[in-house]
Structure formats: C-alpha cells, structure tokens
Design a protein around this ligand. Structure first.
Ligand code: 3H9
Length: 724
C-alpha cells in the first residue's frame, strides 16, 4: 500500500502484485490509509487506485481457507470508505472484481479507464459478494442489471458500466489524474446522495413477478450449484429489507456458501486451471526448462466442423491464418462456413471492444496448395480420424514447412508417435485435441509424443492461452485422458441398460448429479457412428471378429454389442433423428423415449438369457462415475498426466462434469478413497468380467498409505510408482 498526497487529495494505492488481491494485510493498510486521510486536516479528499494499472481482483482467494478470514474484514472497510466525511473517488484501471468492485462501490465517485473491466465474479468460485456488494449494486444500477451481474459473475467493460450508471466517467488516459481532478471538484459538496447505502432500491412495477421468473430461470441453469441461488436470495433481501438488515442476510448466506464443499471445489478449480501452464511430462520435461516459440502465423488443414472452429478461434485471437482444403469444391464450402461463423462471432463483439477484423489484408487466406504453408509458425491438421491420411499429410508437411514450424494434429485418439514417424522432425509434432465447437469450448488436450521437444509443448501451451483456452498437457495413449476415462463410463451406462435400466433413467441420474447431458443423450449428440467406426477399426465388431467369439465378450472381457446393433439399423443419433432416443426429425434436438428401444431391449435380453432387474439411482451413479475415476487413477499411475488437477480441468472444461463438484478426482477425494475402493471392489466382485471396475493398483496403494490428500498423491507416486 502506498499513500501520497496530491495537493489536498490523498492517493491510496492498492499494492499486492500481480492482481492487487485484498489480503488481510492490504485491507489493514487500506483502513490505516483511510483513517490517516480522515484525520489529516490538510487532506480534503481521497482517491483509491491500484498499482501497475490494476485496481483489484478482489479478496485474496487463498485466504478463504484460513481461519483468520472468519472476521469478514472487507465489509467494514467498505463502510468506512462510504462514511468518510471527505469525498473518496475510485480510479479504476485494469480489473475491479469482487471485493475490488465493492471497494469502488463504497467510494462516492467512480472513474474508469475505457479498457477497464468490472464484475462480481464470486459466484464462479462458489461464493457471493460479501462486502455489502449485493446491497449496494442494486441501489446503483437497479435490481435486474445487478442480479444479472451477481448471478453470472460476468465482467463488464467500461462502456457498459457507464451506460448502467456503475461509473461516473470513462477516460481514455490518465485515470488517476482524472480522479484527482474530480476529487478536487467535489470537495465540499454534500456526500449523502453519493452514499449508496442511503439510496433507495429503484422500484420496478412488477418486482415480485420479475424475481420469481428470475428464480425459475436460475434454478434451471444452476443444476445443483448453490451459489447462484444464494446470490439471488441476497439480492432479493435488498428489495425486502433496509440496508443494514440486507447486509446481515448477505453475511449469513456467505457463511453458508463458505462452509459448503462447493466453494472449496470451485476454488480448487480456479487455481488448478491457472496451474495448467506448469506442466511436466513423464519423460522429465517441464515448463521450467522450456521457452515457447512465438506464433505469428498459423495454418489449419481441413475445414470440416473442427477445422472451421479452430480457424475461427485463431482469427478471434488476431493470428493471421491460412485455411487449407484438398480441392476447390471443399474449399468453397469451407470458406462459406468459416465466413458465416466469423460473421456470427463479429456480431457478438461487445460494446467498446475493437471490431473483429477478418477481412483485412493477410488476416485469413484460403488455399488448396500445401506450398501456401511454407512460412507459417504453426500448422494444425484437422482432417478425418484416418491414420494413413494424417501420415500422408505430415509426410508432405515436413517437406514444405519451415524447419521451426510446429506441426499439430487434431485427433481424439490416434497415436501421436505414429503420426510423428511420418515426418523428418518428430520433435516438432504434437497433438492438439480441440473440443467441438472448437471456437466455443475452452479445453485443448495437448499431447506430447516420445520425441516432442519441451519448447514445442511450451509453444502449444502458450498458443492455447492466446486462444483463451485451457491447454492441458497429457501423454500419448489411446483416447489420451478425456476419452480414455469416458470409455468405461459409457460402457457401464450400456451394461446397465443390458441389465434392466432405461436410457432415460441412466441419463436422469447423471443429469441430477450435475452433468449437462447424460451418457445416452451425449452419445446421440456426438453421433453413434463415430464410435462404431472406431470399434470396427479396432476389430471389435463386424466380419473381422475371430469365429466363435461370444456375442457379449471381446478379448476376454464383457462387451455390449448394443451400440453396434443400433448403428446397423441406421440409428446414428440426433443427425439420423433416432439413436438411443427418438427426435422430431433428422438433426432434431428434442429427445423423446422411444418405445422401439424398449421392445428391442426386451428381445435382446431374452435372446441372451438376461433377467432384467430393477437398478436404483445409487448403483447407476456409482458404476458410471467410479469406472471413470478408476481409469483416472490408472492414468496417473502411468504418468500420462502430471496430477489429478489436470484430469479435473479436462473433465470440467471438456466433458460437462459439474464444476461445483470439482472434477472426478477431486470428487473421489471428497467421497474418501477407502469408500471409492470399497464400492469398486463390491461392483467388481458382482461383475468380474468388467475389468474397468477392478480397483486400480494405485488407488489400492493410496488407501494402504492412509489416503493422503489429493495434493500429495503425485509425491506418493514418486515414492511408490516403481512398485505398482
Ligand atoms: C471476493 O472478492 C469476496 C468478497 O466479495 C468479499 C469477501 C469477504 N486471489 O488469472 P490469472 C492470482 S472473492 C488470489 O492467471 P489473468 C492467480 O491465481 C474474489 N490470487 O491472470 C494467478 O496466480 P499464479 C473475487 C489471485 O490476467 C495470478 O493471480 N474475485 C486472485 O488471466 C494471475 O491470475 C475473483 O474471483 C485472487 N482474487 O486474469 C477474480 N485473482 O500466477 C479472480 C488472481 O500463481 N481472478 N489471482 O497462477 C480472475 O478472474 C483473474 O485472475 C483476473 C486476471 C481476471 C483478475
């Protein structure tokens, strides 16, 4: 904290790099500064600003787990600012988030730089604004706008803040100087009307109806996450009670959230996502020894669904792109699709932000000749999942691309080492597994091969960050991390169907748990034919099976041919209008249970001598989730990922795992490893032909070691890995 005087104005500077988080130490210094300014007769006004062009990102999240935090020190400091007898002006540069914005709301005036962003994102870390923000913001900008900001946590740009009346002025430069000028101008003016706690909440003609509608919408979106609803309750309190009572309600609700496991899970994810750039590989390479290469230009090969999304992501990140297709016809179709996507994205540009310029010279070029890629820094190949085709492309790329170019393949399962073997520079080859739609989904699995250079990995991690994505570095194995863990989950879902469940019952249980869609709806959305093609390629189904293979076994383990049988009937999912469900038409979205499936399953069970049984929600949930988690333990033991938080970031960003449950490995740690082990043992004994339910050796070892906390799993692996 730095304090200086500018004539009659005291300037109080929040200083706690990198984001000026309001730790208890910073708060104490802020309080001291305010008291000094108040006591000093030569000071007539004060300005609060942040060091290094950042106002403040709010309370120090790391301190929430400390017992010292119980005192909720920030609210009283905000009250102190507001009750000052001298005008206090907030000079907002960079971010004013959470407690940072609440400090600004305590000030009598707010000036922001045009590029500043403001928000109350506490909901995203399982909390609510607890420094009186839920009571002050609605008084300033009205209940609907405040409710939207508080329940979504959205960061708004200065232009929007000005329109809402959240700030008094937006300036293009010298924010602190402008704030000092304003402070001087308002010296002596009455402060009562500027104190938000004393303002009435702006009335709506239909406040109750508005609030009940809002609550219905919120509950639907929250899917079991507590924080949005408690944020709502805190805002509603301001419409029903005076300021002081509203503040008491806010604190009470904050206490509920703070003690809930959900806040812990969401804060764990906050830090886990930020730790993803600190990757390490099983071969010993790590971020500490690798510098990224600059990416000034990029190319994408293949303009199918994935390629279009990747091109759009690159253009949005303002990286010039060459988009390549195999012939003129595919190129024009691809060009039309990419341009339409970019038009839609450009229309979403927020007020005050620079326009998305994709038509300017050199921004986006379309080509059919590989020679157009000679100078690019990165190539991302996004053609079909066909090993021979990919190898052919990589063979050609090593001839045309400049020596330092990074060569990436967008694949969801194929071996990076095999693809890299087609090039003369395997050290520059890696996998970038984007998720569909690639311009929306945040996750990219970055897969290194045996020969991939650390600098190539660092470049891909940096590129993911530039694209505003979370890049998670993982090793090379079939399905990598995400899909490899998904296979046993989907398998269990189908086995449950064979044993007597209904698709909609299984989906419901997993949706109640918090998944956006259950496994059968998800398979229909992704297309059942995708897995079918892959299984045929692996010789698991079709004519290539050895004679005499039992219909429900493959390679000595349980196998359900149900998904294959559906595909043989053309039931490919949503695109065909039928799959596990029936849709209103091909490409339809509304899933209805299909009586056909019910009778098909009855015949199938009869034919295979299966006596259907009633299966409860607990068994459905446990078998699906524990099979997935069990694979996670195997992945960690093999060194395919650097730690459990990598798996959790993958699942919460790419597979719809509910964030408030922290990811599968975090969830396992909250269930307790002995419980996870015991349940797996139970199910494995009941289904000995399902190896995915057999507890992983690593899980057993962790339990034998006394179930250390998640943060210590990998160091335990370091000690015992060789014995597994
Ligand atoms: C709150 O305010 C509660 C109050 O209502 C009342 C309480 C009583 N604390 O994201 P970055 C670290 S709750 C501690 O990579 P960017 C972050 O971990 C708070 N640390 O940068 C990282 O560390 P490292 C409500 C924090 O430019 C480094 O700073 N506020 C905090 O991409 C850089 O972060 C929020 O929820 C923090 N509050 O994005 C805002 N914030 O380098 C949370 C950041 O070791 N923060 N760090 O990995 C953000 O959303 C982003 O960090 C921000 C910058 C947009 C600010």
């Amino acid at each position: 904290m730095a304090q200086q005087a500018s004539g009659t104005v005291a300037v109080i500077r929040l200083c706690n790099p990198p984001v000026n988080a309001l730790s208890l130490t910073v708060l104490q210094a802020l309080e001291d500064g305010l008291r000094r300014a108040e006591a000093d007769p030569s000071v007539k006004a004060a300005v609060i600003c942040g060091e290094n062009g950042q106002f403040s990102a709010g309370a120090d999240i790391r301190e929430f787990s400390s017992p010292r935090r119980q005192g909720l020190a920030l609210g009283p400091v905000v009250s102190l600012i507001e009750s000052s007898r001298k005008p206090v002006v907030a000079a907002i540069e960079g971010f004013a988030l959470g407690g940072g914005l609440e400090v600004a709301l305590g000030c009598h005036y707010r000036i922001a730089h045009v590029k500043a962003r403001m928000g109350l994102p506490e909901v995203t870390i399982g909390l609510l604004p607890a420094a009186e923000g839920t009571q002050r913001l609605p008084r300033l900008i009205g209940v609907p706008a405040a409710l939207e900001m508080i329940t979504t946590g959205r960061h708004i740009p200065a232009a929007e803040a000005l329109k809402l009346g959240l700030i008094d002025e937006a300036v293009e430069e010298n924010t602190v100087e402008a704030a000092i000028d304003l402070a001087k101008k308002v010296i002596g003016q009455p402060l009562g009307p500027r104190r938000l706690s004393q303002k009435p909440v702006p009335k709506l003609p239909n406040m109750e109806a508005f609030l009940s509608d809002a609550l219905v919408k919120l509950k639907k979106q929250a899917r079991g996450c507590l924080a949005p609803e408690l944020c709502f309750q805190a805002v509603r309190a301001c419409t029903q009670q005076p300021f002081a009572a509203g503040v008491r309600r806010e604190r009470e609700l904050f206490g509920v959230l703070l003690g809930s496991g959900q806040a812990q899970a969401l804060q764990y994810l906050f830090f886990a996502e930020r730790a993803m750039h600190r990757w390490a590989t099983a071969t010993g390479a790590s971020w500490q020894r690798a510098a990224p290469q600059p990416v000034r230009t990029a190319a994408v090969i293949g303009l199918g669904t994935m390629g279009r999304g990747i091109v759009t992501s690159l253009v949005k990140a303002r990286i010039p792109v060459v988009a390549l297709e195999q012939d003129g016809e595919c190129l024009s179709a691809g060009r039309r699709a990419v341009m339409a996507l970019l038009e839609r994205e450009a229309a979403k540009t927020e007020q005050g932000a620079p326009a998305l310029d994709f038509r300017g010279p050199g921004r986006l070029r379309f080509a059919v000749d590989l020679a157009a890629l000679a100078d690019v820094d990165v190539v991302i190949e996004a053609v079909f999942e066909d090993m021979q085709l990919k190898k052919e492309i990589f063979r050609k790329l090593s001839k045309v691309c400049k020596p330092g170019a990074l060569l990436c393949t967008n694949t969801s399962a194929l071996s990076i080492d095999e693809i890299a073997s087609a090039t003369s520079r395997p050290q520059q080859v890696l996998g970038t597994h984007f998720f569909s739609p690639a311009h929306v989904m945040r996750l990219v699995e970055i897969i290194y091969g045996w020969h991939t250079a650390p600098s190539a990995i660092a470049t891909a991690v940096q590129l993911a960050k530039t694209l505003h994505k979370v890049g998670v570095v993982v090793g090379n194995c079939f399905g990598f991390v995400g899909n490899r863990m998904m296979f046993p989950y989907l398998q269990q879902a189908v086995f449950l169907l064979e044993e007597g469940s209904r698709a909609e019952a299984v989906d419901q249980v997993l949706e109640d748990f918090g998944f956006k869609i259950g496994p059968f709806r998800m398979s229909d959305l992704a297309g059942l034919d995708v897995g079918w093609r892959s299984r045929k390629g692996q010789g698991l189904t079709g004519a290539s099976l050895p004679a005499g293979t039992p219909p429900r076994q493959r390679q000595g383990r349980r196998y359900s041919p149900l998904p294959d049988l559906l595909c043989e009937q053309g039931r490919f999912g949503q695109k065909a209008g039928r799959g596990w469900y029936l849709y209103e038409r091909a490409g339809g979205r509304v899933a209805r249970p299909d009586p056909w499936l019910h009778s098909f399953l009855c015949h199938y069970r009869d034919a295979h001598g299966i006596r259907p049984r009633a299966i409860g929600p607990e068994e459905i949930l446990e078998r699906c989730l524990l099979a997935l988690i069990n694979e996670g333990f195997a992945i960690l033991a093999e060194g395919i990922a650097a730690g459990p938080e990598h798996l959790d970031v993958i699942y919460t960003n790419g597979y719809g795992w509910p964030r408030h449950r922290g990811g599968p490995m975090f969830y396992a740690s909250t269930l307790g490893l002995p419980h996870v082990l015991a349940q797996l043992q139970k199910y494995s004994e009941a289904h000995p032909d399902s190896p995915e339910l057999r507890p992983s050796a690593w899980l057993q070892r962790l339990v034998a070691m006394g179930s250390p906390p998640l943060q210590e799993w990998m160091s335990c692996l370091g000690q015992h890995g060789s014995k597994l």
